[in-house]
Design a protein around this ligand. Structure first.
Ligand SMILES: [Zn+2]
Length: 140
């Protein structure tokens, strides 16, 4: 998915006043930004080559930082779920019906992303706050 604003188009232009450094330049670019899904709201900006190159470099640095941050977050998240599975499996029989629907001891389905439960025998459904104390109270 694209995130707004994003660069829709770049065109080479001659003899411009750069919108960023405010100086006159012979060569530059006209950047067309799409700022929302509505094309009528597209914005355009004139930049000189130097300002554009500088921005590309800054974007690259930012992208690298983002990638590192996402990798760390993905690792943390994976560890969180792995720990939770380990803790559950130490006490119960767990069937992973889908990534998000876990069946515990064949009695209760947990929908782990929105913290909902379904007791199969009684057809009772609801929200749980803490998975482990919920299971202790509801498994027979
Ligand atoms: Zn400039």
């Amino acid at each position: 998915m694209k995130h707004y604003p994003y660069l829709e188009n770049t065109k080479k232009v001659k003899d411009l006043t750069c919108g960023r450094c405010k100086k006159e330049h012979q060569d530059g670019l006209r950047l067309e930004w799409q700022v929302s899904w509505f094309r009528g709201e597209d914005e355009a900006e004139l930049v000189c080559d130097a300002c554009y190159t500088k921005q590309l470099e800054e974007d690259k640095i930012q992208q690298k930082k983002d990638q590192v941050r996402w990798a760390i977050e993905a690792k943390k998240e994976a560890k969180f779920w792995a720990d939770m599975k380990k803790r559950l499996e130490a006490k119960y029989t767990v069937e992973y019906l889908t990534l998000y629907q876990w069946r515990v001891n064949g009695q209760v389905d947990l929908y782990i992303t929105n913290k909902r439960f379904h007791v199969l025998k009684t057809n009772r459904r609801g929200d749980y706050r803490d998975m482990h104390s919920f299971l202790e109270r509801n498994l027979t």
